[in-house]
Design a protein around this ligand. Structure first.
Ligand code: HEC
Length: 186
């Protein structure tokens, strides 16, 4: 309390000075900032070690070892030129019970309507509208995890993209679950 009163007194004294009393030929009515600037240990704060958020470089680069939480994955739509890179993407999610549980839940919502409960291509939508391939063919079994992941994320041909609805590592969980449907041993 007493300290505030002292500061207030300093400010009022500062404001009470006429323009000519101020250093550097201040030719305007001094404001509170000018008064504060007269007190040496206040002005040194200006050069303190505090972060100067608007100084170059902006935005600041992340510190070394920062782990990105979004945008880490390079988008690789299925094009012939992208195929080698797509196939080289390793599946980072182990086939655990938790992964399969998430994969199954996502599959039932987003894949089953077309590809069917067991992946045979016999979903309800397929009966009426589309010709959905089975996921149990030798061809589908030979696809790499990276390729299945790319299909889920970007779609292919008339299959829509599900990347926005099956986000992040959930897509790998779906891939793991499709492998179970295909009867592949881990
Ligand atoms: C709206 C219907 C529909 C939904 C929903 C759907 N697909 Fe498809 N899917 C298709 C069609 C149609 C194709 C064939 C696309 C083509 O010819 O390129 C296909 C192709 C595929 C293939 C390639 C099969 C092959 O032998 O080449 C895979 C793998 C696949 N889908 C997985 C999935 C997964 C996993 C999901 C859920 C995230 C899913 N699909 C959701 C309709 C669908």
């Amino acid at each position: 309390m007493r300290r505030n009163a002292i500061l207030l007194a300093i400010l009022l004294v500062g404001l009470g000075c006429s323009a000519n009393d101020w250093p550097d030929g201040l030719r305007r009515v001094p404001g509170p900032d000018d008064a504060v600037g007269l007190i040496p240990w206040f002005s040194t704060m200006h050069y303190g070690l505090a972060i100067q958020p608007y100084k170059w470089p902006v935005p600041r680069p992340p510190v070394e070892g920062t782990v990105p939480v979004t945008g880490a994955e390079v988008p690789l739509p299925i094009t012939p030129a992208n195929l080698p890179a797509i196939n080289a993407v390793p599946n980072p999610v182990e086939r655990t019970a938790t992964s399969l549980e998430t994969g199954k839940a996502r599959y039932e919502v987003y894949c089953q309507p077309c590809h069917g409960p067991g992946g045979a291509g016999d979903g309800l939508v397929n009966e009426k509208l589309l010709v959905t391939p089975s996921l149990l063919t030798d061809q589908a079994k030979r696809y790499t995890d990276g390729y299945l992941h790319a299909i889920v994320r970007h779609g292919r041909g008339i299959m829509p993209a599900y990347g926005d609805r099956v986000p992040g590592t959930d897509r790998w969980d779906v891939v793991n679950y499709v492998r179970v449907l295909q009867g592949r041993t881990p």
